[in-house]
Design a protein around this ligand. Structure first.
Ligand code: WTA
Length: 652
């Protein structure tokens, strides 16, 4: 396994625009001023264990209270270990004796336009029944169930039912191949697969069950497959193995009291691709994760009881786990779930949904925002977005110009943007503006949340001087942190805890500016080294995206005899012609924006950039293309396999 290198990097970008929250926004916020944030942060830093322990007692239901908050034998953490709780209880039962019992927990819109609403009471009913189905199939605490479903409420129901009885779910994004499902089934030794006959994506039917059939031929540990009928496309059902969701639900009652589960009961595994090697099953556990996603949801999204909150992620990603299901539901929120694509039936679908449901909080990804910009403002102008109060971004760095568009065009200049930095491994948001307190800067995730203690280190593991970039690490455990890689303790230790002794290595570079704001500079392995100057990908890309004709940009290093590495960029355009003149203009633009050092040696125009299915630009693949190498790397998470071929043929 390749370990990440790391070290100090230079910054070339300056961004001084500052957007404080309005007095009106701050006035109604839970954390409504910088002083309140700073006091909370200082309190947590002085004694993280007391801070989290107090919160855990307040925020979660304990069947048996814990007496020890943290036991930490690096790299193994246990939080609240001798207490017992139940995540599904905290998300559902806890609300049934409150005014939220009849509140909408999930508002759902299918891609074809069908809709459903589930109140907390109704969701509880369905979850209890499905938990009984799981039990009737012989599943027990510690068993693993793979969930491969479209974005329908039953996906959340299946997750919560597993959580209820201690079955560990492993959600596999509904776009992955049979091979990917089989690999994950086998790595986790899954006993059950929960799927649907089909789902809708850009007007096309995805035949999920057919893909699962192929996977099950190579998944010897799986005994059963439960199939939810979404599309009515009558898939083949293997007798004895395959069971219809509705038939199983008809045979059980809704009596399923939440059992007491130890805090460190495994809640789920979520496979994430490492930049090298096979996907790793990130393991999260019940109580710490539950506390962390509940509190971060409340802090960052400043949730108020009547808000309609919409996170556009898929439950196949950590963002869906933490901020569609577990965070919002344990906070008693109304979480909107949308099944389909943003451009179906037309490129205004998101804006239509916001207008229809009067959405107050929107949480989406930079890749989507850049697509919206490219599709054109007229799609936005058709809709009334005045219900929006707060906007969020996650998944990649957001280029400052995309941030400005989001702020002005979608937020009408009135909604704070929370640029949330975190990872599958961190469980929940680690750095983000608290929108009522922290003034935002385009492209910065601003400050760490209370209880999170970041460090930025050079290659000798020494703190870098302020303003310099270096490896972003965490110096203290937090409740939402991963507890390991499923079945591979050594890989866990090597990957996250060996580069810097005693600290969690995020794998990202970051710098802190003079105001103490954090700027994520991209993955450590993506740094471009030009004549000894280490440049961050996002800074070069943001300079390009600030040109009016550029939609997206990806910057990579290409071997160069003279300079070590040269900067090669891949650019997609909003319009205009890919000409030599534009190439020269873009070089001049980068020179003006961030200086001569970062001027690309090579600019390639392309129609698309390769992305992971969660929308991240795959720079490592572009690196090979720029170097003229064949790609030998793992491309199993690539969104569109044809993109690679397209990029090669787009070249002169
Ligand atoms: C990147 C997604 C800059 C980063 C929740 C991180 C970001 C990786 C941001 C984790 C952000 C995520 N600004 N970069 N706001 N959010 N990243 O596991 O490189 O899918 O390490 O988790 O995405 O991706 P993951």
């Amino acid at each position: 396994m390749r370990l990440m290198s790391g070290g100090q990097i230079d910054t070339v970008m300056q961004e001084d625009r500052l957007f404080p929250p309005s007095a009106e926004f701050s006035g109604a916020s839970v954390i409504g001023s910088m002083a309140v944030y700073e006091a909370l942060y200082a309190e947590a830093k002085a004694n993280p264990e007391k801070f989290w322990g107090d919160l855990a007692r307040e925020e979660l239901h304990w069947f048996k209270p814990f007496t020890k908050t943290l036991s930490w034998k690096s790299p193994n953490a246990e939080w609240f270990a001798d207490g017992t709780t139940n995540v599904s209880y905290n998300c559902l039962d806890a609300h049934l004796s409150t005014h939220r019992r009849n509140k909408a927990a999930i508002l759902w819109e299918g891609e074809p336009g069908d809709t459903r609403t589930l109140t907390y009471q109704q969701l509880h009913h369905e979850v209890c029944k499905f938990a009984n189905v799981l039990k009737s199939l012989g599943l027990e605490k510690g068993d693993v169930a793979t969930i491969y479903m479209p974005m329908v409420p039953e996906l959340a129901i299946a997750m919560l039912a597993c959580a209820r009885i201690g079955v560990v779910h492993s959600v596999v994004f509904g776009g992955f191949s049979a091979e990917a499902i089989a690999d994950r089934n086998n790595d986790a030794r899954a006993k059950l697969v929960i799927t649907a006959d089909g789902g809708w994506r850009r007007g096309k039917l995805l035949t999920l069950k057919a893909t699962v059939d192929e996977a099950l031929a190579k998944s010897p540990t799986v005994k059963h497959c439960v199939v939810y009928e979404r599309a009515g496309n009558k898939p083949a059902m293997t007798a004895g193995r395959d069971l219809w969701w509705h038939e199983q639900m008809a045979q059980v009652n809704a009596n399923c009291p939440a059992p007491e589960l130890e805090s460190e009961t495994s809640l789920f595994i979520l496979y994430t691709s490492g930049s090298t090697g096979k996907p790793k099953g990130i393991r999260h556990t019940a109580a710490g994760y539950n506390l962390y996603v509940k509190k971060t949801f409340q802090w960052v999204f400043d949730y108020r009881d009547n808000d309609i909150y919409w996170c556009t992620a898929d439950c196949g990603w950590i963002t869906g786990h933490s901020y569609i299901v577990y965070g919002p539901l344990s906070a008693g929120a109304t979480s909107l779930m949308y099944e389909g694509a943003p451009n179906w039936p037309a490129e205004d679908r998101f804006w239509e949904i916001i207008e229809k449901y009067r959405v107050n909080i929107l949480y989406t990804a930079p890749t989507a925002i850049r697509a919206f910009i490219k599709w054109g403002d007229h799609h936005v102008d058709k809709h009334d977005l005045s219900s929006l109060r707060l906007l969020g971004s996650v998944g990649e760095g957001i280029n400052p110009e995309a941030w400005m568009w989001y702020y002005n065009k979608i937020g009408g200049g009135r909604c704070p943007i929370v640029d949330t930095w975190w990872q599958t491994e961190t469980g929940g948001i680690m750095m983000s503006p608290l929108p009522g307190a922290i003034a935002t800067k385009p492209g910065s995730c601003t400050k760490p949340l209370p209880g999170i203690i970041p460090t930025i280190l050079d290659e000798n593991c020494q703190p870098v001087p302020q303003g310099q970039g270096g490896m972003l690490c965490m110096s203290h455990p937090w409740p939402g942190m991963l507890r390991g890689i499923w079945g591979d303790d050594e890989r866990y230790r090597l990957q996250y805890w060996s580069r810097v002794p005693g600290q969690y290595l995020t794998g990202d570079n970051a710098r802190q500016d003079k105001d103490g704001y954090y700027w994520i500079m991209g993955r450590i392995d993506d740094v471009i080294n030009v004549s000894g100057h280490r440049l961050s990908t996002i800074e070069v890309e943001s300079a390009l995206v600030s040109h009016p004709l550029v939609a997206e940009a990806a910057a990579v290093g290409r071997p160069d005899d003279l300079k070590g590495q040269a900067v090669a960029v891949f650019v997609t355009l909003k319009g205009g012609e890919a000409t030599e003149a534009l190439r020269a203009e873009l070089k001049a633009h980068v020179r003006k924006e961030i200086g001569a050092l970062a001027v690309p040696d090579e600019i390639r125009f392309t129609n698309t950039l390769p992305k992971t299915r969660s929308g991240k630009i795959m720079r490592r693949l572009l690196r090979d293309i720029a170097a003229g190498k064949e790609t030998l790397q793992d491309t199993s998470t690539l969104e569109d396999y044809t993109v690679l071929a397209k990029i090669r043929s787009d070249e002169e």
